[in-house]
Design a protein around this ligand. Structure first.
Ligand SMILES: [Cu+2]
Length: 567
């Protein structure tokens, strides 16, 4: 009798448990209206929140990760002002989806495994996680923005991030995501990411005063229909190959199977038919769109088409930095009909809604990632429909604002660098005789031997002095694009593939062109690196922001040494 009731109870419990697990990270259906993430705003100078990170394996085998507030709200947008205190308690609710490495020790005995010190554990396994606040100029310290040693395990209990947004942080779009070496790709492509906005863009650029604003987070994920033939509406393309990362390789046609599916605020836009998500606004309405490319490997080349005609997009910020950062021009707008955004990059631009009845379409155009790169074909992202009764976005920029004070340090472009360093991206087959063997990914200081990043080595690849400004030339000796990113600081792009550029703003992620095997020199970018801020003293990372490359070892350590005190 007792046994029977236990079985009955278990039978009742099992489907419930499965249902609950499957709903851990719910997602909208393809073709849905683009939802807005919940805005969490600071009040009285403080933004405090409890966030948990979850993962689940779906019945179709796909893997999802998500950040949830206590009431189940996914991936909130964190809205803070310069100087605000952010207190974020992160609870790690990850489970080991594969079994094996990462399963909590002691599970068999029903005992809670011993807690580790998340600040020093450095553990890299499938259930470890942490947070990187991409773009913010924070100290590389535990509980702030340190990702090399900080590793939170499920048994550790809530882990507190607590830091102040720098008083001079440029206003714009930043983001948060996990950064455990070897597991960044699976967690971020699973959906673990969210936007963070430093308010005050209207103080830097009067052109956005009073505009309704929309945050669009573009993520990529494993193909939902990997075996489907291309849509009949597409031209026939050469047979798809698989690149060294195991993704569909660039075929150079702009069509064919993409390496990954994309989603817009979690609304999937899956291959092969790319049913677009749906955006609505009012006819002719001007809005500020803040777009984050939270993809693991997918490059974006955004365009807004009205009846197939590309529209002008008014760029006001890139990588969280207003485009007029170097000038006093209060209403600078960079107009463009398409905007490239590498993985990790952000772009904020003004759009004007189509006239009533004119269909609009937000698309990403094909990106030539090189022979060894992923296939990033042309595809739709969202329909843009103008109707008089379209609901307004939740957020709107203030209609009046005091201008931002000018930056406290001289413009980076006017500072003479104290030295020039050369680094290069390269790749190597583990078995040179077998083109399908695993690839090793490197970023190397010129003159050194290429070595995959080893977090346990603990030895910085580069040591700089706080207070210095340096020029770094980043070469690409591989046959695919890489996206150079450095934590803790922004840089000025001076030269892109041999062409001097004059950008009055800063970036934190930049695309480095691929080597086509025909030029005398490897393609490169020249970056002016800003190590002046004393807050960034310590050790942190630079790496390729294609997460399969980063996890594969394309990462290095830089130590910013404290300035020697004058005697
Ligand atoms: Cu890369």
């Amino acid at each position: 009798m007792l046994i029977l009731s236990v079985i009955a109870f278990a039978a009742w419990l099992a489907p419930l448990a499965v249902a609950r697990a499957a709903d851990a990270c719910p997602r909208p259906e393809p073709g849905s209206a683009v939802p807005e993430a919940r805005d969490l705003r600071s009040s009285a100078g403080v933004l405090q929140l409890d966030l948990s990170v979850h993962n689940v394996k779906e019945p179709d085998g796909s893997v999802r990760y998500c950040y949830l507030l206590e009431d189940g709200t996914p991936s909130p947008t964190l809205r803070v002002h310069q100087g605000d205190l952010l207190i974020l308690k992160l609870r790690n609710a990850l489970v080991d989806l594969e079994g094996g490495a990462g399963a909590p020790a002691g599970h068999d005995h029903g005992l809670a495994p011993p807690a580790t010190d998340p600040c020093s554990s450095g553990a890299m396994n499938a259930t470890a996680t942490n947070l990187h606040f991409h773009g913010l100029t924070l100290p590389p310290l535990c509980h702030q923005d340190e990702v090399i040693k900080t590793s939170i395990q499920p048994q550790d209990g809530p882990f507190e991030y607590r830091f102040r947004i720098p008083a001079d942080e440029p206003p714009g779009l930043y983001w948060y995501h996990p950064h455990i070496h070897g597991f960044s790709s699976v967690q971020v492509q699973g959906g673990a990411s969210g936007a963070l906005i430093v308010e005050g863009l209207e103080r830097a650029n009067r052109a956005v005063l009073g505009l309704p604003e929309r945050v669009l987070v573009i993520r990529d994920q494993a193909l939902l229909n990997p075996d489907a033939p291309p849509s009949k509406s597409e031209p026939v393309v050469p047979k798809m190959l698989i690149d060294r990362d195991g993704d569909a390789a660039n075929n150079g046609t702009g069509f064919g199977k993409p390496a990954k599916d994309l989603s817009v605020n979690f609304v999937p836009v899956p291959y092969p038919d790319y049913p677009p998500a749906a955006l609505r606004l009012r006819p002719g309405e001007r809005q500020l769109w803040r777009v984050l490319n939270a993809s693991g490997v997918t490059y974006l080349n955004l365009a807004l088409l009205f009846q197939r005609v590309p529209q002008r997009l008014g760029i006001v910020a890139i990588d969280g930095v207003p485009v007029n950062r170097a000038s006093t021009d209060a209403a600078t707008i960079q107009w463009s009909e398409h905007i490239g955004v590498p993985p990790g990059g952000r772009v904020e631009f003004i759009v004007t809604g189509p006239p009533a009845g004119v269909p609009g379409l937000l698309v990403t155009r094909t990106v030539d990632t090189g022979q060894g790169g992923e296939n990033d074909p042309n595809r739709a992202l969202a329909t843009v429909t103008a109707t008089a009764d379209a609901p307004e976005p939740a957020a709107q920029l203030p209609a009046s604002a005091a201008p931002l004070p000018p930056p406290g340090r001289p413009w980076l472009g006017s500072v003479t660098p104290v030295r020039v360093r050369r680094l290069y991206f390269s790749e190597k087959l583990s078995d040179p005789a077998n083109p399908n063997s695993a690839t090793a990914f490197f970023i190397t200081v010129d003159g050194e031997q290429p070595v995959a990043f080893d977090p346990s080595a603990g030895v910085p690849n580069i040591v700089v002095q706080q207070g210095d400004v340096e020029d770094w030339i980043i070469e690409n000796r591989s046959a695919e694009l890489h996206a150079f990113h450095i934590h803790q600081l922004h840089f000025l792009l001076l030269d892109w593939s041999g062409v001097p550029v004059d950008e009055p703003f800063l970036r934190d992620t930049v695309n480095v062109p691929y080597f086509n095997g025909r030029t005398l020199q490897y393609p490169s970018v020249r970056l002016r690196m800003d190590f002046r801020d004393p807050a960034i003293v310590g050790t942190f990372l630079y790496h390729c922001h294609l997460l399969e490359h980063e996890d594969g070892g394309m990462m290095g350590l830089v130590r910013v040494a404290p300035k020697a005190r004058a005697p």
